[in-house]
Design a protein around this ligand. Structure first.
Ligand SMILES: C[S@@+](CC[C@H](N)C(=O)[O-])C[C@H]1O[C@@H](n2cnc3c(N)ncnc32)[C@H](O)[C@@H]1O
Length: 254
């Protein structure tokens, strides 16, 4: 999980979402997917509601959960500001605890990488499978662990200038390999405003997830079929893509 996010809370949450996801095309992708779902939708690990609140705003019958009480509190505050009524609870990916069955469960933005062990990864797949109605789908995205990026960028601070609401910010990211054998990394992120003051800082410990590892997890899970596309397009996943989008399906009669 995001172990540490510092800074003034409301501002921090807004900037955290805006700055860390500036280049991503995932909101439109997941809203479109949810709109086309033939039944209720669940966002697993919905965080501050960056995507979840857009599902509600689009009129989708959507629930969400996250293991962080703080993230859910921020989500509820943002929902209240927008006049939206969220249905969210605190739970772990390995124990969803849903009391209805969904046509679609989503888990956006590298969150499956937060699961530390194979046991946890399989437990999460089983728990999400159980939350799906027959014929339902689990869709998630994680980045492709590119050797080029690991060699060139890991171990040194990467700095990026990002603008939001007419203000300039500097986002600094440092990724280091924590455990080469297990493919565990630590991602530290710091964001500074134009005056050089720290707006927020966060730390995440993640598992690298190559395509083959995800395919083996799918094979060991109760899901019946699966496919992977790249970069939120319809193209089958290839070496040209930087984001893997996986779709795992529960059989119609399961
Ligand atoms: C990168 S954020 C993504 C949030 C949201 N889905 C989005 O796209 O903006 C990752 C979220 O996963 C949550 N998380 C991490 N591990 C989790 C777990 N095992 N169970 C439930 N939530 C988890 C964190 O608390 C955090 O809110």
């Amino acid at each position: 999980m995001t172990e540490r996010i510092e800074g003034h809370r409301g501002e921090r949450a807004r900037l955290y979402d805006a700055l860390l996801t500036a280049e991503r095309e995932d909101v439109e992708f997941y809203v479109d997917l949810a709109r086309r779902a033939d039944g209720p939708v669940l966002e697993a690990a919905c965080g501050t509601g960056r995507i979840y609140l857009e599902l509600l705003a689009a009129g989708v019958d959507a629930d969400g959960f996250d293991r962080s009480r703080d993230m859910l509190e921020i989500l509820r505050e943002s929902a209240a500001e927008r006049g939206l009524e969220p249905s969210v609870w605190q739970a772990d990916l390995t124990d969803v605890g849903a009391d209805r069955r969904y046509a679609l469960v989503t888990c956006p933005f590298n969150t499956v990488m937060h699961l530390g062990s194979i046991d946890e990864q399989l437990a999460a797949l089983r728990s999400i499978y159980d939350a799906l109605a027959p014929g339902g789908r689990f869709v998630f995205d994680v980045f492709v662990p590119s050797f080029e990026v690991i060699c060139e960028e890991y171990g040194t601070w990467q700095t990026e200038s990002v603008e939001t609401d007419g203000e300039s910010y500097e986002v600094r990211t440092h990724t280091q390999v924590l455990d080469e054998l297990e493919g565990r990394i630590l991602v530290e992120t710091e964001c500074y405003d134009a005056d050089g003051s720290l707006v927020f800082a966060s730390e995440d410990r993640l598992s690298l997830l190559p395509k083959r590892h995800l395919e083996l997890l799918a094979r060991c899970s109760p899901f019946d079929s699966w496919s992977a596309t790249g970069d939120f397009s319809d193209e089958p996943l290839s070496a040209d893509h930087s984001i893997q989008v996986w779709s795992l399906r529960r059989a119609d009669d399961a």
